[in-house]
Design a protein around this ligand. Structure first.
Ligand code: ATP
Length: 274
C-alpha cells in the first residue's frame, strides 16, 4: 500500500503575476496544493517557502491571502474551490496583530465569532487555549504575555477565523532553541489536528522549515533559452519540491539523514544563484 496519496485541491494559483508601477515583481506563478492523505494519520499540509530577501515572498503571500489583487492570474481556495476572499487565509506576520486592550481570551473569542455562533466560538476558543498551553494565561493582556505565548496566541487566533489555510511569516526568527522547538510542536499540532489544515511557512531557516515540510517552493528569477534573466521572480517546476515523493517528509530525526543535508546544501546553492 502506498504511504500517501493526493485528494482534492486546497490551494490553486494560476498564472499569477504582479507589477508595481511597471516594475515586474512576480511572473507566471502556477501552483497546486492538494490534500495529502496518509493511511491512519490526520495529515495536513506544510509548505516551506524560500527565496532571497526582497525577491517577492511577502507580495506573493498577500496575494495568496486575498489581501492584494495580482496584476494577472487567480487564487482559489476551499472545497469546492472558489476565488480567495480576505479572511479565508490566516496570515501570522512577524508583528502579531493582537488587540492590546483585550485579554487573550477576548482576542481569541473576537476571532472565533467572525466565523462561528457564540456557543461554538466559546467551545473552539477553549479548545485552542488548552491545545496551545495558553489556558492559564487567558486573563492576561498581550503586553503581559511572553514572545512565544503571543506567537502561539496569534496562530490560534488565525486558525479560529480562517478556513484551514494559514501563512506563517518567519515564525522562527529571533527565537531561542527551546522556543523554536515549541513553535515546531505547534505547527505539527496544527497540521495533524485536521487533514485539511495547511500551513505555508515563509522562512530563511531552511533546515528547521524543511524538516517540517512535505512541499517546498523556491521563488527566484528564471533565465530564458539564451541565459538571460527574465524580469520578475517565479516558482519554476524544478523549484517546486515534493518532499513526500523524495522520501523526506514526516520523519523524526530527518535532519541527520545525508539526503536531507544534501538537499539543504542544494537549496542554499539555488538561493545563492538568484
Ligand atoms: N506596495 C508596493 N509598491 C511598490 N513596490 C513594492 C510594494 N510592495 C513590495 N514592493 C517591492 O516588491 C519587492 C518584493 O518585496 P517583498 O516584501 O515581497 O520581499 P520578500 O521576499 O518578502 O523579502 P524579505 O525576505 O526581505 O521579507 C521589493 O522590491 C519591494 O520593494
Amino acid at each position: 500500500m502506498p504511504d500517501h496519496s493526493y485528494n482534492e485541491p486546497i490551494l490553486t494559483l494560476r498564472d499569477i503575476s504582479m507589477q508595481f508601477g511597471g516594475e515586474v515583481i512576480l511572473r507566471d506563478i502556477s501552483l497546486d496544493v492538494l490534500n495529502v492523505v496518509r493511511p491512519g494519520v490526520r495529515q495536513g499540509q506544510v509548505v516551506g517557502f524560500y527565496g532571497r530577501s526582497g525577491i517577492g515572498k511577502s507580495v506573493l503571500c498577500r496575494i495568496i491571502a486575498g489581501l492584494l489583487p495580482p496584476s494577472t492570474g487567480t487564487v482559489q481556495v476551499a472545497n469546492p474551490q472558489r476565488p480567495v476572499c480576505p479572511g479565508d487565509v490566516g496570515f501570522v506576520q512577524q508583528r502579531y496583530p493582537l488587540f492590546d486592550h483585550r485579554t487573550l481570551l477576548d482576542n481569541l473569542l473576537v476571532a472565533a465569532r467572525r466565523k462561528h455562533a457564540l456557543a461554538d466560538a466559546i467551545a473552539r476558543t477553549e479548545d485552542m487555549l488548552s491545545r496551545f498551553d495558553l489556558a492559564p494565561h487567558r486573563r492576561k493582556y498581550p503586553a503581559q504575555l511572553s514572545g512565544g505565548q503571543r506567537q502561539r496566541a496569534a496562530i490560534a487566533q488565525q486558525l479560529l477565523c480562517s478556513e484551514h489555510l494559514i501563512i506563517l511569516d518567519e515564525p522562527f526568527s529571533g527565537l531561542d532553541v527551546s522556543m523554536i522547538d515549541e513553535v515546531k510542536r505547534v505547527i505539527i499540532e496544527v497540521t495533524t489536528s485536521d487533514e485539511l489544515n495547511t500551513v505555508v511557512i515563509v522562512s530563511h531557516d531552511l533546515a528547521t522549515t524543511t524538516a517540517l515540510s512535505d512541499t517546498l517552493w523556491l521563488l527566484g528569477p528564471e533565465r530564458d533559452a539564451a541565459g538571460l534573466c527574465l524580469a520578475g521572480a517565479t516558482i519554476s517546476k524544478k523549484h517546486q519540491y515534493n518532499l513526500a515523493e523524495m522520501g523526506l517528509a514526516w520523519q523524526h530525526g530527518i535532519q541527520a539523514k545525508p539526503e536531507f543535508v544534501q538537499l539543504i546544501e542544494h537549496l542554499k546553492d539555488e538561493i545563492r544563484k538568484t
